[in-house]
Design a protein around this ligand. Structure first.
Ligand code: HEC
Ligand code: HEC
Ligand code: HEC
Ligand code: HEC
Ligand code: HEC
Ligand code: HEC
Ligand code: HEC
Ligand code: HEC
Ligand code: HEC
Ligand code: HEC
Length: 283
């Protein structure tokens, strides 16, 4: 037998039911209405390490509403570079990220940036403790790390320079040679031209002669003198050798510059980066 005696009573009951349902909706609004940060925080209390600008959960965990409604059934969505770019993309520093070596190698922003906690806390980064960002770089670039332990090196371990002083992790590392040289002379003002007598090799690219990271040779040289210079200059073709074929006067012909071979070329050609007075880059 039915609990309701007539169709009229059934109608009344349904109206009351619908009313209660609607009232319930208002009371329990957060379940059916829009899910906000408060909902997330109700279950995920400890977000104390989040930066103030990163407190809007759904700006990164886009589309996690379903998860908030049924956390055990629905996983929240993955956070990818796209979410970061939604806000940071308009900053010109990151506009080139898609073309960077890092993005091409499949790295996301979160490979280097921890959002809720530092991304690299317990990595073995040896002596690179002075600068956390350089420490992070060498944790992946182990081969480069070794170069900074060579006898001549840029003082990154010592805290006098950093990887990001020369590299922008957010854009392409393959800078043009021109801008690379400019980058070096930004810090090394003394070497900067223009000179009356330029050394073309220097104008072209500092790293022809210097390893920017480290080297077993002094002054970060890729190779020791005189071999370094002899990769481009030949004795056969100048007055240091025995033929003196480049001599300008007859008397000078066959008179080699004494003792020049197998010494440090820069003991005479001291202005190897360029000279204001001497064509032969001596002073
Ligand atoms: C009713 C409680 C509850 C609410 C509300 C809730 N979560 Fe969760 N969340 C959980 C639980 C429980 C887990 C663990 C689930 C698991 O391990 O399968 C979890 C896991 C997660 C994870 C980690 C998933 C993983 O793969 O490890 C993220 C991220 C997350 N929640 C984000 C959010 C965001 C963002 C919101 C708000 C939109 C939210 N949660 C709302 C309970 C909740
Ligand atoms: C700026 C982007 C961003 C914002 C904003 C953000 N998250 Fe996350 N969240 C991430 C990323 C990325 C991960 C994956 C782990 C990581 O890289 O830290 C993550 C992981 C999580 C996890 C699982 C790992 C853990 O730490 O337990 C939870 C839970 C979580 N987020 C909750 C939240 C809540 C709640 C909020 C809002 C208070 C929030 N997130 C805001 C990016 C964000
Ligand atoms: C809702 C917008 C928004 C989203 C999404 C967002 N950010 Fe941010 N983020 C900001 C704002 C605003 C700042 C503070 C201003 C600034 O430094 O540019 C900031 C600051 C930062 C900083 C500097 C923090 C510091 O200590 O100075 C980093 C790093 C960062 N965000 C990385 C990320 C990454 C990685 C993601 C993606 C997982 C992300 N952000 C997603 C808005 C956002
Ligand atoms: C290979 C590691 C790496 C990746 C990948 C990376 N970053 Fe960074 N990011 C760094 C380092 C290191 C710094 C500190 C730079 C400095 O001190 O000059 C930094 C600084 C920042 C800053 C704060 C300083 C600033 O220039 O405003 C923001 C914001 C930021 N990154 C966002 C992002 C976003 C967004 C992405 C992804 C599109 C991303 N990063 C990818 C390593 C990385
Ligand atoms: C999570 C691992 C990781 C971190 C952290 C990281 N890198 Fe990379 N980096 C890579 C990968 C992978 C590549 C692409 C493969 C390669 O050439 O080694 C790359 C490529 C590069 C390149 C271009 C290499 C080339 O052959 O031209 C440079 C330069 C570079 N990274 C510098 C940095 C600097 C500076 C930092 C710190 C701010 C850093 N990386 C942090 C993984 C990382
Ligand atoms: C003084 C500037 C300078 C500093 C400091 C510096 N680099 Fe470099 N790095 C360069 C230049 C210039 C090149 C390109 C060399 C070439 O192409 O001959 C380069 C090349 C690279 C490459 C690609 C080629 C290779 O040797 O594998 C990686 C990876 C790299 N650097 C990572 C790092 C890391 C990690 C740090 C910090 C520990 C760092 N660099 C510090 C200037 C610098
Ligand atoms: C961010 C600043 C900075 C940039 C950029 C920079 N250097 Fe340096 N460099 C230094 C510092 C600091 C030292 C160590 C102090 C000194 O010896 O003068 C140094 C030292 C050197 C030395 C002498 C090393 C020795 O053992 O005597 C050479 C050579 C050198 N740098 C070449 C370069 C080249 C080539 C570039 C470009 C790829 C470059 N530097 C870019 C800061 C910089
Ligand atoms: C043709 C090879 C060559 C090129 C190219 C070159 N250098 Fe050098 N550099 C040398 C030699 C050799 C020394 C050692 C000089 C000495 O011991 O007297 C040196 C020494 C240095 C030193 C340390 C001593 C000093 O004079 O302060 C710095 C810094 C330096 N070079 C920076 C640069 C920069 C910056 C560039 C690019 C603009 C560059 N070099 C290009 C050969 C070169
Ligand atoms: C990458 C090739 C290259 C390297 C390495 C190189 N040079 Fe040069 N050098 C040149 C070129 C090109 C010229 C211009 C030649 C010309 O004008 O006839 C030049 C010119 C010179 C001159 C002036 C010659 C003249 O006729 O006015 C001297 C001196 C000199 N180099 C010395 C050196 C020394 C010392 C070294 C080693 C530290 C060295 N060079 C390494 C390419 C190089
Ligand atoms: C003992 C001093 C001395 C040493 C060491 C020396 N030079 Fe010279 N070099 C000179 C003098 C002096 C001239 C100029 C000759 C003239 O006035 O005609 C010269 C001229 C040059 C020239 C330009 C003229 C030509 O004949 O092409 C080049 C290039 C050169 N030297 C390269 C080198 C190289 C490379 C080394 C190392 C293997 C070196 N020098 C070592 C003294 C020296």
């Amino acid at each position: 037998m039915s609990a309701f005696k007539s169709s009229r009573e059934i109608t009344t009951a349904s109206i009351v039911f619908v009313f209660l349902l609607a009232f319930g909706l208002i009371l329990d609004g957060h379940v059916f209405a829009e899910v906000g940060n408060d909902n997330c925080m109700a279950c995920h209390q400890d977000q104390s390490q989040l930066k103030a600008a990163h407190r809007d959960c759904l700006s990164c965990h886009v589309g996690s509403e379903e998860h908030a409604r049924a956390p055990t059934r629905v996983k929240p969505t993955e956070v990818g570079t796209q979410q970061c770019m939604d806000c940071h993309g308009s900053d010109r520093h990151f506009a080139q990220f898609a073309f960077s070596d890092h993005a091409q190698a499949g790295l996301e922003c979160t490979a280097c940036h921890g959002i809720h906690e530092p991304a690299f806390e317990n990595r073995d980064v040896g002596l690179f403790r002075t600068d956390p960002s350089s420490a992070q770089c060498v944790s992946c670039h182990q081969d480069v790390r070794a170069q900074f332990h060579m006898t001549s090196h840029h003082p990154v371990i010592e805290g006098g320079a950093t990887c990001v002083g020369c590299h922008n992790p957010h854009s392409s590392a393959s800078l043009s040679l021109q801008s690379r040289t400019e980058q070096c002379t930004d810090c090394h003002q003394r070497v900067r031209g223009p000179y009356v007598h330029e050394h073309p090799a220097v104008v072209e690219d500092c790293s022809t002669c210097h390893n920017p990271h480290g080297s077993p040779n002094r002054s970060l040289l890729v190779m020791d003198e005189p071999m370094l210079c002899l990769t481009c200059h030949s004795f056969a073709n100048n007055r240091h050798g025995l033929t003196g074929s480049n001599a300008l006067t007859e008397a000078a012909l066959f008179q080699p510059v004494p003792g020049s071979a197998f010494r440090q070329c820069t003991s005479c050609h001291a202005q190897v980066h360029g000279s204001a007075q001497d064509q032969f880059l001596r002073y």
